[in-house]
Design a protein around this ligand. Structure first.
Ligand code: AMP
Length: 120
């Protein structure tokens, strides 16, 4: 599968469409999910053409992999989620219901987050 440069997160990265940005550095951009599922629901995306975790974890440069994870850490710390708890999640492909084909991590927090997966 080829990376599609017209996906909505690629457009957000290029600043062609707006997002409610909470953090940015040379490796990553973080912004509020437009349809939040928890009081804190932030998406973190790497600066690079990666479809999902499966693509990123194999093909991204080590410096980007480290920088991306430190950006996630920065957001978690900025929202003080580490004491009460948080969940990070990333979907790949149809079974996971991935909607946007640019790798992203969801950060959820601000309330008890329930079961890890919904029942079948
Ligand atoms: P996923 O199902 O893991 O691909 O999640 C995609 C997420 O992107 C969903 O939670 C959407 O609500 C969110 N989303 C889609 N478009 C936007 C947008 N323009 N700005 C912020 N979040 C978005």
């Amino acid at each position: 599968m080829e990376y599609n440069h017209n996906n909505i997160f690629a457009k957000i990265l290029r600043k062609e469409i707006p997002a409610d940005i909470v953090y940015e550095d040379e490796y990553a951009l973080a912004f509020h999910d437009i349809n939040p599922k928890a009081p804190v629901h932030i998406l973190v995306i790497p600066k690079g053409d990666f479809i999902s975790f499966f693509d990123f974890s194999m093909n991204a440069a080590p410096e980007l992999i480290v920088g991306f994870h430190k950006a996630i850490h920065h957001v978690i710390r900025a929202y003080k989620l580490q004491n009460e708890g948080f969940r990070i999640l990333s979907n790949h492909g149809a079974n996971a219901g991935q909607e946007v084909p640019h790798y992203h991590i969801h950060i959820f927090g601000g309330r008890p987050l329930g079961r890890m997966l919904s029942p079948e």
